[in-house]
Design a protein around this ligand. Sequence first.
Ligand code: GLA
Length: 670
Amino acid sequence: MCIIDSTYSLDVLPQEYSTCGVGDMRLTSAEVEHANGSFLLDLRYVEHTIHSGKYALEGLPAFHGDDWETLSVVLRDPSSDVEIELLYGVCEAHDLITRSVRITNRGKEDIYLHKVMSLCLDFCRGDLDLITFDGGHTRERNLNRAPLRQGEQGVSSVRGASSHQHNPFVIFCEHDAGEENGLCYGAALLYSGNFDAKAERCQFEDTRFVMGIHPYGFRWKLAPGERFTAPEAALICSPDGFTPMTHRFHRAIREHLIRDPHPGERRPVLINNWEATEFDFNADQLVGIAAESAKLGMELFVMDDGWFGKRDDDTSGLGDWQVNTSKLPGGLEAFVPRIKELGMKFGLWVEPEMVNVDSDLYRLHPDWALGEPTRPQAFGRSQLVLDFAREDVRNYIYDAICKVLDSADISYIKWDMNRSLADVWSSALPPDRQGEVYHRYVLGLYDFLERLHRDYPALFIEGCSGGGGRFDAGMLYYTPQIWCSDNTDAIDRLKIQYGTSFCYPVSTNGSHVSAVPNAQTGRCTPIETRGVAAMSGTFGYEMDLGKCTEAEKAIVKWQTEMFKEHWKLIQEGDYYRLTDPFRNLDYTAWQHVSPDRSEALVSLVTCSTRAAQPFIRLRLKGLDPARKYSVNGSENLYGGDALMYAGYPFPLFSGEYQSVQLYLKSKTNP
Ligand code: GLA
């Protein structure tokens, strides 16, 4: 058909899912190589249906639950018979829209997918800011905000994991949008591999945003009749700034994404031995650390890296998932009961996706690692990546991990992944399927985790990737909490936790108190302040508490009791950012408020010190203006209105890195 209406142009009109090579010169949503070599894709509406309930995505993480509606829109490229189904899940309770895409080859010849975005969103305006969450190892999810300029911009990962460097969550907002004002749109991708989140501010002041699997190295063969499913994206729009958007994401993720094996229960306060011992430990030493922490209220002992194979440093042992009996005589069968006798649960660190060259597994199966046999391989932390795209490799590791899980009473694992993917080539796939390895790897990872979920329904899994290198909504479907960062410095953590909080709930943020000087920064902060920072997450300790003074131990005991008392308020309350740590360099404050606004916990940490400091009068948020609240059990009651509109006056702080917490309890009915 020849279009002669000169006012109609694909290059200008908003598109629900953009075409390729047929007149729209902006970002494409899908790129498909047809049998004749053409990449043209002209998508035409065919039909749509609406039904109650939420669509499911086979082998991929997805929001779930009752009270959803699904919209399916079918598009077709008439010349090639490529069919694209746009899926929309609508959850009115949380104002959440999810999106996914299925591509079916309805033609008679093979086609190759080079790009399949999970969503395309055309804003009919260009005057927006883009906010991304970026950084690196030990400084994840630092907030970056900039006005969109004309052209393409965005964030991505080609590291095989969602990455420390950029997070698959972005916000578009009006230039003056803040915590409580301005239109903003948050978009999260439920995917843990290579991703692309790209915006283009176009010539006529419109903006296109596409988000999905990164096209880098991606070429997926689709035979006639076959279907490819793109990972899910989740969108929340708030006309009133970031705080309501955050609250909706937090509730939706807690209630409709995470599959907690013990829903509604408080998670045990844990002690992890990594920063205390690294690889250098024996059974008695670990029992000593556990015993001391049990006295102070800890309930779960997590044995970190170093318990298996020949593993005295990071150069050997990965892949050999048998207990190192010179460190743990009698294996877990003998060791775990000693922990349980202390009244504690037991957890274990594993890194199933990896292998060291110096391991029995690699000596037996060198081709199980990703990589072309004729090229030298790139090492990361002295290790190679196992080919999780291969089912036989996964099955072998699965059986080995199950043997360990079956050998003792293990209620928790910390699933680590300590390097990026390189040498992405699989010995099990033909040349025309090598472009599938990155994605098949992620599908393999999800398949493994899903099997664990099915076979060990009570097992709690914490995700980890050199800290927060795979902190994404996809992983949260399998691992209800993720180690937020290898950086346990309380002051650095304020920024990391601030950025993380925009999308991800407090209950997902793995955070521990560690020893000083801090292992990553060398900074010394008081134990009180370290507790305040760690309490805004899953809460635990990562140090030898036996080395603390009696005074410090008393504080640790108090912190543990305090967390146990207020965990519901902290982890299920509404989270308010009271300051921006990137702008306010003097102090950082945040607040948790119970859904009925009868309780709140305010935390404030000072980040610098100077003479003649101005008084801090902090305006609180989320309280009921009509109610009166006691502060830390005070006789004096403060009006919710006064606390929010005039603020609470803090005492003067003296010394560096001080902290204070205010527990507010309403004494009057609404
Ligand atoms: C990663 C994790 C750490 C620790 C080490 C063990 O760096 O993030 O918490 O488990 O591995 O090797």
